[in-house]
Design a protein around this ligand. Structure first.
Ligand SMILES: Nc1nc2c(ncn2[C@@H]2O[C@H](COP(=O)(O)OP(=O)(O)O)[C@@H](O)[C@H]2O)c(=O)[nH]1
Ligand SMILES: [Mg+2]
Length: 177
């Protein structure tokens, strides 16, 4: 089993993205509670392993909530609305603060330049530059990918990147289901 945090500002396209994942039948353990600002989905990873996705609002008021499971998660998918240029400065601040978290150290991160179907979308090179996503400012394994949540494009690549860059594969295989 692998746990992934799906995060980003509201309206970035997180929930739409995960709706394209191969869902596993819910086992009744999890309740989706929209009022709490997050949802939990069980999905099949590209490898066939089970994945637990925490679909979380990036809003500051939910920050306390991440602390409950940030230690458990093994990778992060950070979704960005590439067409929402006005909010990129907020995204930048959000990223800088969020990835300082000590419990995220060394965990793989995928930055998704989402909504590439939109005529206003910035390409991943622009997103990288504007948000200063670069090796010298981030010690985690990371990748910036283009995506279209609306079609699911970019989802499998992102999940694979996380599986291929897990902190310790050994620990991952030993984790109980
Ligand atoms: N053009 C375009 N719109 C998208 C895409 N993904 C999501 N949206 C739209 O963006 C809005 C927010 O999507 P949602 O998944 O709810 O965002 P969340 O708040 O991050 O979960 C919705 O109106 C979606 O239809 C995409 O790839 N392209
Ligand atoms: Mg959502």
């Amino acid at each position: 089993m692998i746990s992934i945090l799906l995060i980003g500002l509201d309206n970035a396209g997180k929930s739409t993205l995960i709706s394209h994942a191969k869902s596993l039948p819910a086992n009744g353990m999890f309740e989706i509670t929209p009022t709490m600002g997050f949802a939990i989905e069980e999905i099949a990873m590209p490898s066939g392993n089970k994945g637990i996705i925490y679909d979380c609002s990036g809003a500051a008021r939910y920050r306390n909530m991440w602390d409950h499971f940030i230690g458990e998660i093994q990778g992060v998918i950070y979704v960005i609305d590439s067409a929402d240029r006005a909010r990129l400065s907020i995204v930048k601040k959000n990223i800088e603060e969020f990835f300082k978290h000590p419990l995220l150290k060394k965990k793989p991160i995928v930055f998704l330049a989402n909504k590439q179907d939109s005529p206003d979308a910035l390409r991943k090179e622009d997103i990288k530059r504007i948000l200063r996503i670069e090796k010298k400012s981030l010690s985690n394994p990371f990748s910036v990918k283009e995506a279209i949540s609306a079609t699911g494009m970019g989802l499998n690549n992102s999940l694979s990147f996380i599986e291929n860059n897990l902190q310790t594969k050994f620990e991952y295989h030993l984790k109980p289901l």
